[in-house]
Design a protein around this ligand. Structure first.
Ligand code: PLP
Length: 440
């Protein structure tokens, strides 16, 4: 076993610990994995926020098999295939009205960096080339590209890389432990005042130097930190006042997680670009991208007609297999009315997760749509250790969760039944109880 596990340097994983005590999955169907010894493990994180429609959805599997039998690969550089064009049209039709141009990439990180490049190119194309500063948010996650870690606000992701490459500054996190610990959904008040910090940063850097504000509608990877009502609206207003682009990183929220196709619609704020990934292909193939306001796209459509207007793209941008998965997923979302299902399930999900408040050492529970963070008091002097122990215990109890720090994340597939979600929460409760005493 040791030799089998050695070569794969696992991403975002404590490799030495994992390889000493591996937790492997062998197959998946619907809302559950099977371990190599046949044990069921419920997918409490939708496979890292990806599989809204459940694993191996037959329509997606079928569409991908058909695609492989027809066209396995075609680059999108100076040649095209129907799937990419059709998928872009359909995504544009689902996005807020003015956003109707779609650039495909293969990871959320690439999508974020693509959005940053579009913002810089747009500034140049409109004669404002000095706009080079980005504003992100503390505790925000925007992937692991050099652009993404620059606007991102997760210290451990930046520390070893000299902090960042782009010139970026950061809003404070919207998280307030003393007022938001057990708030259900969006906190009611304080959003505008928090967002007004952007005015301070605009004064500091000057609007003429700022290209864009880049944020997640809620901070997912730092444990589901939900901004108060009014926060995003005020950010939008400040961006409008000063001519700054607003980019929503909807890698987690896009395609239904909040009970609307995008958080922009669920929360009533239209950004200038939407970064998407994950659920769009139900995780069946890497498919990610940026939905861009027409006006931004059109501003870049200049220069000699035989030269690419935007010098950017990836070998697998618009890969036929990924597009086939995406098209099938959009059919599934539509035909099975999964987004409405999320909206209907969200209040019941909220009740189930908040019932964990009396489990030992739970210090906060936050939720929005089908996403929740359940934060545990840390083991003394060892931040993150209890979360890691609880994550492992949950796996052994039959549910896959994630633990950013000491927060357990629950983000069930959209197709989960109420009873499935209850089973996930029950397993989390046991895992929390298992870990209530720090290891000696
Ligand atoms: C908000 C957000 N942006 C970007 C990313 C990066 O996506 P990827 O891991 O596909 O590069 C993630 C990943 O979880 C994310 O949650």
């Amino acid at each position: 076993m040791t030799t089998l596990l050695d070569a794969f340097w696992m991403p975002f994983t404590p490799n030495r610990q994992f390889k000493a005590e591996p937790r492997l999955v062998a197959s998946a169907q619907g809302i559950a994995y099977r371990t190599p010894d046949g044990r069921e493990v419920l997918d409490g994180t939708s496979g890292l926020w990806c599989i809204g429609a459940g694993h191996r959805h037959p329509r997606i599997v079928e569409a991908m098999k058909r695609q492989l039998d027809t066209l396995d690969f075609a680059s999108s550089f100076q040649v095209g295939h129907a799937g990419a064009f059709e998928l872009a049209e359909r995504i544009a039709a689902l996005a807020p009205p003015a956003l109707d141009r779609v650039f495909f990439v293969n990871s959320g990180s690439e999508a974020v960096d693509t959005a940053l490049k579009i913002a810089l190119a747009y500034a140049c194309a409109t004669g404002r080339g000095q706009k080079r500063v980005f504003i992100g948010r503390e505790r925000g996650f925007h992937g692991v590209g050099f652009g993404g870690i620059s606007v991102g606000g997760m210290i451990n992701n930046r520390r070893a890389y000299g902090g960042a490459m782009l010139h970026a500054d950061h809003l404070a996190s919207t998280w307030n432990a003393s007022t938001q610990a057990f708030v259900r959904g969006q906190p009611d008040s304080g959003g505008e005042a928090m967002a007004d910090e952007l005015e301070r940063l605009v004064t500091l850097h000057d609007a003429t130097n700022i290209a864009a504000v880049v944020i997640e509608p809620f901070a997912g990877s730092t444990g589901v930190l939900v901004p108060p009502r009014g926060y995003l609206q005020r950010l939008r207003a400040i961006c409008d006042r000063h001519g700054l682009l607003l980019v929503f990183d909807e890698v987690i929220t896009g395609f239904g997680r909040l009970g609307a196709m995008f958080a922009a619609q669920a929360l009533g704020v239209v950004p200038d670009m939407i970064v998407f990934a994950k659920t769009v292909s139900n995780g069946a193939a890497p498919l990610c991208g940026v939905i861009v306001k027409r006006e931004i796209h059109d501003a870049l459509m200049q220069g000699p007609k035989h030269i690419s207007e935007f010098m950017h793209g990836y070998t697998c941008s618009g890969h036929p297999l990924a597009c086939a998965a995406g098209l099938a997923m959009l059919d599934v979302l539509h035909d099975e009315q999964l987004v409405a299902r999320v909206a209907a399930m969200a209040p019941r999900f909220e009740n189930i997760v908040h019932a964990l408040a009396d489990a030992p050492g739970v210090v906060s529970i936050r939720n929005l749509g089908l996403a929740a963070g359940i934060e545990l008091a840390p083991d003394t002097g060892q931040p993150g250790q209890r979360g890691a122990r609880a994550q492992a215990a949950a796996f052994d109890r039959g549910v896959l969760t994630r633990a950013p720090g000491d927060t357990l994340v629950l983000a069930p597939p959209f197709v989960s039944e109420l009873g499935d979600i209850q089973r996930m929460a029950d397993a989390l409760r046991l895992a929390i109880e298992d870990t209530q005493h720090p290891i000696p």
